[in-house]
Design a protein around this ligand. Structure first.
Ligand SMILES: [Zn+2]
Ligand SMILES: [Zn+2]
Length: 347
């Protein structure tokens, strides 16, 4: 079968013929319906140069996947051949304390395991077939469109986890700032509106991205190019926001987050742009809690899928065939995608 492969660090992904995967004994074989193209794939192609994480190329890209079950291994209770499912992306050991509570993105045996999951060291979903090692990593989609559902597993789950961290602070009268209105940001807006009464303020450099955020329920949009700090302070009555979710992670966006997080507010750094900011008195308000977050838990993926099934969140997708996948990444690099690009290897 053809697959979109990362063959070496610092190279573009290429389509190449690979053998079809076998059925993992405790897992499932999927016919891939949707494989989301994630911004972190660009970092894999451009920024990584060594196997410092304990894994590396070659592997098939695509860590944001849905598919139809083609075959099931042993212990496949409650799942059936033909059923559409989402794939939980971070594949932990399954038995450490973190994995036991579903936080496989924070698996304590990650270093020993090596690859972080399908599309991240192991073969992912940018191919007609994908092997998933354990059925615990599958969440049934019900009647959701599997192409639209693919981004729920990362672009939905990752901001959901960051929002969850701040949820107790997002009381009536509070505000949440989302920095970056791309693949994750357009989901973050909808998640915030679905689970909290907070005023949602979205920041981006691109007017089209801000327009999309507005159409998805953002209360206010602020251009990153027009002195966003004072604008956000004014929108929050001079107090700042209870939660700032930085989906970019550049020097400028982290600085903005520290500027506008309210006293005792949260700043969650999600974006992987590699920026930094000094941490000391007076660089942020008192008791601002800062955290990097990574992906989300298995239970949270179930919750995200429930939100989508209830019609409260929906990913805005642009569809690409496997032949067009490299082009999707090109558009992403140029900032020309609206919402999320999803590759449909069997379309
Ligand atoms: Zn991702
Ligand atoms: Zn583990």
């Amino acid at each position: 079968m053809l697959a979109l492969r990362l063959k070496a660090w610092k190279t573009e992904a290429v389509l190449e013929e690979v053998p079809e995967p076998g059925l993992p004994p405790a897992g499932a074989l999927l016919k891939v319906i949707g494989a989301g193209a994630c911004h972190s794939d660009l970092h894999l192609m451009r920024d990584f140069e060594t196997d410092a994480m304990g894994w590396g190329p070659p592997f098939t890209l695509g860590h944001e996947n849905t598919g139809e079950i083609v075959a099931l291994g042993r212990r496949a209770f409650g799942l059936e051949v033909g059923q559409p499912v989402a794939v939980y992306g971070p594949w932990g050991c399954g038995h450490c304390r973190r994995c036991a509570i579903g936080e496989e993105s924070y698996c304590e045996n990650a270093a020993a395991i090596g690859p972080a999951g399908g599309g991240l060291g192991l073969d992912g979903g940018m191919a007609p077939l994908m092997a998933v090692p354990d059925t615990r990593l599958l969440v049934p989609l019900g009647s959701l469109d599997p192409v639209e559902a693919a981004p729920l597993t990362d672009a939905g789950l990752t901001p959901y986890h960051a929002v969850n961290r701040s949820l107790p602070k997002l009381v009536p009268g509070s505000a949440a700032v989302v920095i970056g209105a791309g693949g994750l940001g357009h989901m973050a807006v909808q998640i915030l509106k679905a689970v909290s009464p907070a005023k949602v303020i979205v920041v981006d450099t691109r007017q089209e991205a801000l327009a999309l955020a507005k159409s998805l329920g953002a209360d206010e949009t602020v251009s990153m190019d027009e002195n966003p700090g004072p604008a956000i302070m004014e929108l929050t009555h001079g107090r700042g926001a209870e939660a700032v979710i930085d989906l970019v992670g550049a020097d400028s966006t982290i600085a903005l987050g520290m500027r506008v997080a309210r006293t005792r507010g949260d700043l969650s750094l999600v974006g992987l742009a590699g920026g930094s900011a000094p941490f000391r008195f007076l660089t942020a308000r008192i008791e601002v809690e800062m955290a990097t977050t990574f992906w989300g838990t298995r239970a949270e993926l179930m919750e995200v899928i429930s939100l989508a099934q209830a019609g409260l969140i929906r990913s805005h997708v642009q569809r690409f065939t496997l032949d067009q996948a490299a082009g999707a990444y090109r558009l992403m690099r140029e900032g020309k995608l609206e919402g999320r690009a999803v590759v449909t290897p069997n379309a």
